[in-house]
Design a protein around this ligand. Structure first.
Ligand code: NAD
Ligand code: MG
Length: 379
């Protein structure tokens, strides 16, 4: 990377990743300038961020009470922000399939996308790859597991890779008896043992749906077939993932559970720079590091999602949308923890034959899955 200052767009700046990204960016004014901010509906926090960052473009999807001068409103603001002509790097920290169009547009416009929004790749992996190929954009993952894999791969060709081993914390219910997991409360699900994150991904980590999204994400990012991607539970969240090579060597990447480093690395890759805000690892304090198999009976969402990934077509979009809808209902207190995986299973069964070649078909599959889950619990 040259010494030139890179202009950065932060989409989803008011979220967990967005706020951490702004902290990382603020530590490196000699390298990065934040020129675009977008958020969904938190106009007050967005205004506070605007006051400190002074961006050139501000987007708010839902304009509630505020009509700030010069801001852009509505869902169109996401693509406009992502394709702003002065932007070099787009940090996509939007949650859910709502982030897809910004990813596609940024890649199409030749930007580097620092991708936290894994749902983009899950919903439309091949469209994302096609947009990057057409527009010359590239994706650098922000997800800690995928940042780890990227770092472990170094520049070795895919033919030398025999296995990706993605670690999972196991979530708050890792050791709970099956029956207790099924009726776990919202407060229990939001009490993640190692990571502090937004509510949707925190619930996804409790069901292990997040790990299914990550297996599909890894498949698309690194071009590794599903039968060579494994998941292992690692409760300490220190080993962020591993790559096994054909000679049997396994390379792992370690760090404390913090998104500061994956965000920083997505901005500087392949370079590494000094950053005092990244917490350092003390191996002795972190001991012991342990590994366990996944309990598939307690966490069926993982196998459902990986199965959808293998099936391809619209299935991953259906998996993702059914999960988003079910998690929204769980967060609203309307359904039980177990209902989340049942709803996903039901949607996948009902929408098995849904076509999924292009964006319109995938968005239709997404909408049908949300409706299916809504109808399941309407009474
Ligand atoms: P969050 O809920 O804390 O923040 C989401 C952000 O997206 C907010 O700024 C919100 O305004 C915006 N947003 C929400 N809905 C939107 C919509 N419909 N249109 C436009 N903007 C919208 O979520 P988060 O935890 O920061 O996660 C963001 C993404 O990063 C997710 O895809 C998540 O899976 C991924 N991720 C998060 C973490 C983490 O540590 N939080 C780690 C790895 C990956
Ligand atoms: Mg992750």
């Amino acid at each position: 990377m040259s010494a030139r200052i890179r202009n950065v767009a932060v989409l989803g700046s008011t979220g967990s990743i967005g706020r951490t990204a702004l902290r990382v960016l603020r530590r490196h004014p000699d390298r990065f300038r934040t020129i675009v901010l977008t958020a969904h509906s938190n106009g007050d926090e967005l205004a506070a961020q605007v006051a400190t960052v002074s961006p050139r473009f501000v987007g708010l999807v839902q304009n509630g009470h505020r009509a700030a001068e010069g801001w852009h409103f509505g869902v169109e603001a996401l693509v406009a922000g992502a394709t702003h002509p002065d932007v070099d790097i787009v940090i996509n920290a939007i949650v859910g399939a709502a982030g897809l169009d910004a990813t596609l547009a940024a890649l199409e416009a030749g930007k580097r996308v620092a991708l936290a929004n894994k749902e983009s790749l899950v919903v439309a992996g091949s469209l994302v790859a096609a947009a990057a190929a057409r527009g010359g954009g590239s994706i650098i993952p922000v997800d800690s597991e995928h940042s780890a894999i990227l770092q472990c791969l170094s520049t070795r060709p895919g033919a030398e890779v025999s296995r990706l081993i993605i670690t999972a914390s196991g979530g708050p219910f890792r050791t709970w008896p099956l029956e207790k997991v099924r009726t776990a409360s919202l407060a229990d699900a939001l009490n993640h043992p190692t990571w502090s994150m937004g509510r949707k991904i925190t619930v996804d980590s409790a069901t292990l749906a997040n790990k299914a999204l990550e297996v599909i994400e890894a498949h698309h990012l690194f071009g590794i077939p599903f039968d060579r991607i494994e998941v292992v539970v690692h409760p300490q969240s220190i080993v962020h993932s591993m790559v096994e090579f054909i000679d049997g060597s396994v390379i792992a990447q370690l760090g404390v559970p913090s998104m500061e480093l994956p965000i920083l690395y997505a901005l500087t890759h392949p370079e590494r720079i000094v950053d005092d805000g990244v917490p350092r690892l003390d191996p002795v304090a972190m001991s012991p590091l342990t590994f366990e198999p996944v309990r598939h009976d307690a966490f069926p969402a993982l196998a459902l999602g990986v199965g959808a990934g293998r099936a391809g077509g619209a299935a991953p979009a259906v998996f993702n949308a059914a999960n988003e809808q079910a998690v929204a209902l769980f967060l609203a207190g309307s359904i039980s923890f177990h209902d989340i995986s049942s709803a996903i299973e039901s949607a996948l069964r009902a929408l098995r034959a849904t076509p999924g070649e292009d964006r319109a078909a995938l968005l239709a599959a997404d909408a049908a899955a949300r409706q299916h889950v809504q109808d399941l619990f309407a009474c």
